[in-house]
Ligand binder design. Sequence first.
Ligand SMILES: [Zn+2]
Length: 214
Amino acid sequence: MEASSIEQITRMVIQAIGSHEEKDTGFIVPIGVSARHVHLTQEHVEVLFGPGYQLTKKKDLMGGQFASNETVTIVGLKLRAIENVRILGPVRKASQVEVSATDAIKLGMNVPVRESGDIKGSAAVALVGPKGALYLKEGCIVAMRHIHMSPKDAEAAGVKDGDIVSVKADNERGTIFNHVKIRVDESFTLEMHIDTDEANAAQIKTGNTVTIIK
Ligand SMILES: [Zn+2]
């Protein structure tokens, strides 16, 4: 091999190493682990808790949402149930139940991975509250992992709303998550939401961080 082509190859290798290092010093995102939870319409709140009932706030969450004091039991088609599932407020235009893949097995249900709000054709589920019960013919999903960020964070990270990225957890397990949806809104603070299955398998807790590797 000629000296000039060796030089050229060396330069290419150095460049490749350089760009790899760049990926490793990516944008850092704190994790929020989402336990199973329910979003309800006001109509459904009243079916489960009685006429005129209003959800009460237990804890503020990001983006104007809150964990309510109220919980329900979710029931799968084989009458297997999970009790004490937290309701998140405020009320929404459509009711939605978010469970982990392990919960779905526990409930004996096939539950698709979906982005929040995309419930068409998702799994059927029943809800039981202190004053009544409710059957949803669709609305049960395993939430697609996603990163909430402000427009400023998005600019700093070099991403935009709707992008799909990969992130890496720098811990003992070193898990890489692909198919992570970027969600940008003024009301969002920087946080990646994963469910309890993803968190447990990767040994990640709320407050740990991951790095966007794109
Ligand atoms: Zn989220």
